[in-house]
Ligand binder design. Structure first.
Ligand code: AQP
Length: 327
């Protein structure tokens, strides 16, 4: 019986990349038989959020977003990472078997450094805590976006290192990407990977004027609409692909490619994108707003979700402690 597990950081409001790369897959996976664990990675978020009130608000924001988008607490344990403190102990056990070289190869760490982010030790050891998150529940399927695949592979390595030393304790997980490649790595407004920490993201429930403003920032060039263009080179078309039906998308693509009188300008495409996105999220946005009105209920739902998760993690930690001689 498979165990699905994934997490999301409450490091800001979830963006379109989080939605298409992760949240949607998580909600869809509830239709597959198995056990389902999804969590809000608040320990991880401490590497970037240093303010208690913001962290609490962000956690509720992510919870309301998931519940509004169809996360069903009757079918999944949806919880706060820090409500299962066993993962921090598992993380230590894994750290003692993990070579520095493995962590030094992490792309996400290297990209953040290259983007001028000053690293803490916590940011460096992030993949070890993530491995503990996955291994703590005997997870077998980890639905993530492309940027997280390397971290799941590192988890496999850590599980193997531990098991080789101490016996079969941890179950080896596999990453699962969205079927569509454009959803596995959603571009940001500047064409790079959409990421909260790069400031090129769009909140998935953005609407009205702020949405138009965000979409207005999608990078374009100064070519005239009448000039024929390759639609596959336009970031704007990458965004349209996420929201339009195939027939409409092919029509826009053909008109961009042909150029001339009937070719759409970038402004025209941006208006259509704002409209399609607004409409796509209209119903969950209303639900999200309603849920955000009752923070105590959100907290209660998260605590309830942690019960089953903790039960499972306690067992796995017990196994690991016994295997390495701590008991
Ligand atoms: N651009 C993206 N396209 C597809 N999937 C994405 N994910 C993130 N960005 C994209 C997926 O979202 C899930 C949760 O991500 P996270 O918030 O835990 O961490 P992250 O990957 O580090 O997301 P960000 O926005 O890039 O956050 P920062 O800037 O704080 O690091 C993961 O499954 C991820 O693959």
């Amino acid at each position: 019986r498979p165990t699905f597990l994934s997490g999301i950081q409450p490091s800001g409001r979830p963006h379109l990349g989080n939605y298409f790369g992760a949240i949607r897959q998580h909600v869809d996976s509830l239709n597959e038989p198995g056990d389902h664990f999804f969590f809000i990675a608040d320990y991880h978020a401490l590497t970037t959020i240093r303010d208690a009130a913001s962290l609490r608000t962000n956690v509720r924001d992510i919870a309301a977003t998931y519940f509004a988008l169809g996360m069903d607490p009757a079918r999944a344990s949806f919880f706060r990472q820090s409500d299962v403190p066993e993962v921090t102990e598992i993380s230590w056990l894994l750290a003692t078997c993990t070579g520095m070289g493995l962590l030094e190869r992490a792309h996400s760490y290297k990209d953040k450094i290259a983007n001028g982010i000053k690293p803490s030790v916590g940011l460096f050891t992030y993949p070890v805590l993530m491995a503990a998150d996955i291994l703590a529940y005997d997870s077998t399927v980890v639905p993530v976006g492309k940027d997280q695949v390397q971290h799941v592979e590192m988890t496999q390595d850590m599980a193997t290192h531990f098991n080789t030393r101490f016996g079969e304790v941890f179950v080896r997980p596999e990453a699962r990407l969205p079927v569509r490649d454009d959803m596995a790595k959603v571009p940001g407004l500047d064409g790079q990977k959409m990421s909260k920490s790069y400031g090129n993201d769009v909140w998935l429930f953005e609407s009205g004027k702020p949405l138009k403003k965000a979409i207005g920032r999608i990078s374009t060039d100064s070519r005239e609409p009448s000039e024929p263009k390759n639609p596959d080179e336009l970031v704007l078309v990458d965004f349209l692909k996420l929201f339009l039906g195939d027939e409409e998308l092919q029509d826009w693509r053909a008109r961009i490619l042909a150029g001339g009188e009937s070719a759409p300008g970038y402004g025209h495409l941006k208006v259509r994108l704002a409209e399609a996105m607004d409409e796509h999220f209209a119903a969950p946005r209303a639900k999200y707003e309603e849920l955000m009105g009752d923070p105590a209920e959100l907290d209660r739902m998260l605590l309830k979700g942690a019960e089953k998760a903790r039960e499972r993690a306690v067992k796995v930690l017990d196994r690991a402690r016994m295997a390495c001689g701590l008991r």
